[in-house]
Write a protein that binds this ligand. Sequence first.
Ligand SMILES: Nc1nc2c(ncn2[C@@H]2O[C@H](COP(=O)(O)OP(=O)(O)O)[C@@H](O)[C@H]2O)c(=O)[nH]1
Ligand SMILES: [Mg+2]
Ligand SMILES: [Zn+2]
Length: 295
Amino acid sequence: MKGRVISAHGRHYSVELENGQTRHCYTRGKKTGLCVGDYVLIKPQGADEGSIEQTLERQNLLYRSDEMRSKQFAANVDQLLIVVATEPVFSEDLTARALTGAWSAGIEPVILLNKCDLTQGLDRALETLQIYRELDVPIINCSIFEPETLKQTLLPLLKNKTSLLLGQSGMGKSSILNVLIPNAKAHTQEHSVALGTGKHTTTSTRLYHLPSQEGCLIDSPGFQAFGLHHLNQTDIANGFPEFKEHIESCRFYNCTHLHEPGCGVLTALAQGKISRKRHELYERILLENQSAQRY
Ligand SMILES: Nc1nc2c(ncn2[C@@H]2O[C@H](COP(=O)(O)OP(=O)(O)O)[C@@H](O)[C@H]2O)c(=O)[nH]1
Ligand SMILES: [Mg+2]
Ligand SMILES: [Zn+2]
């Protein structure tokens, strides 16, 4: 039976079948590395269990990795919703890395600027995001205190797609999810009661269906780091779509766009067509990866 992984806890997975039933499934043997969003074939066991026999080919996988570990966010994602807020101040570096991760994995990013009801931090946030607006990333202002507007703006964007909510904790990912999918709230609360934490912090990734139309949303815990050690130089450059047209005029096919003569990217940088901040980020990610690969 074919299904999709909607949540993962260690080697235990909830798999939703095409007939709508959810089964508790486990993997046999050494097979690991499954994540939320994966399509799988299972062998049903008993009334509501099953074993995962096969993972179907992934359209894409969003993950992060650093020296210590790598973490999969989700698979088969059409759209990444990067949630930032007017307050607390969000990290520019993490936002930029999430965008690079999305672009290099072939996932369309959208930025949700949440808590627009808190107007104090609004101008600063818009200023920080200007650089992405110039890169044609859609930036959507929202507030959970304007639930109807939020639904009207977001629902058309989510139709027939799998979208992943990603961002630092406290930005409002779960709150946005709860406006769009009121059922999700019960689930998060049940989970935090079961864990005895009493808090409503999201501790695991889970896929939910939109109630009013086709499409699903994946909620994820906040992240504090977004290493991109799994990317090679070309992947990293692909994470900077504004470099693309300039790379075509690089003299060397294996140009790293850091110091080579005749580099189209460096020329564009000198002409102010590429932002210095973005090129610095590119350099930072590239150098991190090169030093990691020396070990
Ligand atoms: N003022 C305001 N507060 C919000 C908004 N969205 C979320 N919050 C608050 O921000 C805090 C963190 O929200 P939560 O959804 O748990 O963030 P998450 O960690 O990204 O999932 C909670 O106290 C929410 O009530 C918003 O649009 N406006
Ligand atoms: Mg949350
Ligand atoms: Zn170059």
